[in-house]
Design a protein around this ligand. Structure first.
Ligand SMILES: [Zn+2]
Length: 282
């Protein structure tokens, strides 16, 4: 078990990293870690996570009652407590406001698709929880069912909550989530997003849960077809996505390929030409 002094040092360090990596700004976000005695060390409400020091940390009991420290515990205390209650394996929680990931929720674009093999291996899919007012018990209750099978979730118009067996683990999941959003957005800007074939997604997720672990409920179902994967992936044809042209509800991109010789400035035009041809069935 990590001692309290080390946990304090890590929360200060990862708060600064979240700020430096543009995963939160100003008074956004909050970090916590479960201590050896079962109490929770968390950030104080209303402090800048990029400039934390020891006096910005508060100790609460598992029900949220303040035990030590200055000021009030984070306003998202209920969210953190829900994570520790639902997941006995969870030892650290980071809530941040990663901008691209949030933009996906505002644009009503799901990140719960199986696109990147490494992400399917380590994170599975990232569900988006429907909107609820920040800092409320209602928000904590909305995310609770998702926490059971996911280490990273998005909250509509709000941000991400990532669980880990230590602070580094939770931070890696947060970074991976935002990196996935960046790659997905870039691919979409270039023309389209090719999803992994469902059979490959299932194989990768099963391998990942066995090799790297994950939420115990998902690990226990590692051999089941839908272990930790969303319905959108299980039901998809492997390569379809909403039409970027606005023509028709869906386009089948399995027939769309971009020439590897295409010069970078022309890539988008070539993709659009092929998309239009595919839509017209030629
Ligand atoms: Zn927030």
């Amino acid at each position: 078990m990590i001692r309290e002094r080390e946990l304090r040092r890590q929360i200060v360090q990862f708060g600064r990293l979240c700020y430096e990596r543009h995963l939160l700004v100003a008074m956004d976000g909050n970090l916590s870690a479960r201590m050896a005695d079962g109490n929770i060390l968390c950030t104080q409400a209303g402090c800048h996570k990029g400039f934390l020091d020891d006096e910005h940390l508060v100790v609460i009991d598992p029900r949220g009652r303040k035990l030590r420290g200055k000021g009030n515990p984070t306003s998202e205390m209920a969210m953190h407590i829900a994570c520790y209650e639902a997941r006995p394996d969870c030892m650290a929680v980071i809530h941040a406001h990663p901008p691209l990931s949030i933009a996906f929720t505002i644009a009503n674009q799901s990140l719960a698709h199986c696109v990147l093999p490494e992400v399917v291996l380590t994170l599975g899919s990232v569900p988006t929880v429907e909107y609820e007012t920040t800092g409320t018990q209602d928000l904590a209750e909305k995310i609770r069912p998702y926490i059971v099978e996911h280490d990273a979730i998005l909250m509509d118009r709000h941000g991400a909550v990532c669980l880990g067996n230590n602070l580094m683990d939770a931070f890696c999941k947060l970074e991976t989530l935002e990196h996935t959003a960046l790659i997905t957005k870039t691919a979409r800007d270039l023309g389209f997003v090719k999803k992994l074939p469902p059979a490959e997604a299932v194989k990768l997720r099963s391998m990942g849960l066995k090799r790297y672990g994950g939420p115990p409920a998902a690990v226990a179902r590692a051999d089941e077809l839908d272990a930790g994967l969303p319905e959108v992936c299980m039901g998809c044809d492997g390569c379809s996505a909403p039409s970027p042209t606005g023509i028709g509800p869906k386009a089948d991109f399995s027939v769309v390929r971009v020439s590897s010789e295409a010069p970078p400035p022309g890539v988008e035009a070539i993709v659009m030409e092929e998309v239009l041809r595919a839509l017209q069935g030629s």
